[in-house]
Design a protein. Sequence first.
Length: 313
Amino acid sequence: MAQRKQTVSVIIPVRNRVALVMGTLRSVMTQSRQPDAVIVVDNASTDETAEAVKLAFRNWSIAEGHKKPRLVLVSEEKLGQGAARNRGLREADTDWVMFFDSDDEMLPNHINRAMTVAEQNNDAQIVGWNVMQEDHLGKRNLLAFYSADARFHNLFHGSMSTLRYMARTELFHKVGGWDESIPIWEDIELGSRLLNESPLIVKIAGWPTVVLHNFDKASVSGTTFTSRIGSYDPALESISRQLPKRKRHWIALKEAILAADIYREGSHAEAEKIYRQALAKTPSAYHRLILRLAYTYRRLGGKGAAQILRPFI
């Protein structure tokens, strides 16, 4: 039986990034397999972003024999990535949705590779891939997607962060889309709700075909853990409700590791307060020991605390 060609929308929220979004759109325009729709959501920009996107759409070029995507520019006045992404999601009428950020890029075979895997796995609901992160100095770091032990890796390693997967459009709608009240780690929170549906997950093997540029994140969420104290709580509280009761101590472990990062930034009093709160909400003496080990190890500069302790939690 011939495989049915499936469709995908790429949704890109943007606010005041007129130069950066042009690079992102060029990377989509030059895909060997064009998406079926490109939906850009202007999130109340005050610069020339909207005009630049309109110009890029008018000049959208495709190879001979290819169909031009449906190009959509909509606006969302409510500030925030969640509101902008939900606005784009309402415009999507394809089988799949791939959310993308306005300062990142996809290599030319990314969409073709993702959709080929989707079409080869008709029951798949999530298709994920590794991402390459690049900082302003050109240093690169691999960000992995995990199809196994997905809940753990989503919480501790951000495996379901925005650029590491695409999902069935109907699945995004089923879980209610993005929670617009969550200021940070909203992608981890959404990932938790998606995983609650026990979706069939397929991971793409091979070298990453998405590059995440860590150039301009300060405008979104600040640059240090300390500057975002308190902003993490809504996501963690929601994720705690999504987790099975036997795994809710994971949240305290996440908070202990976060406290250690805050300590290492020099905010010792704030770090100790968060750490003590994490201990206080952990009734098991065994799990409090795990928290102490994680906090001490990470505070001293150790890496991969959660992964090292995974067999014991």
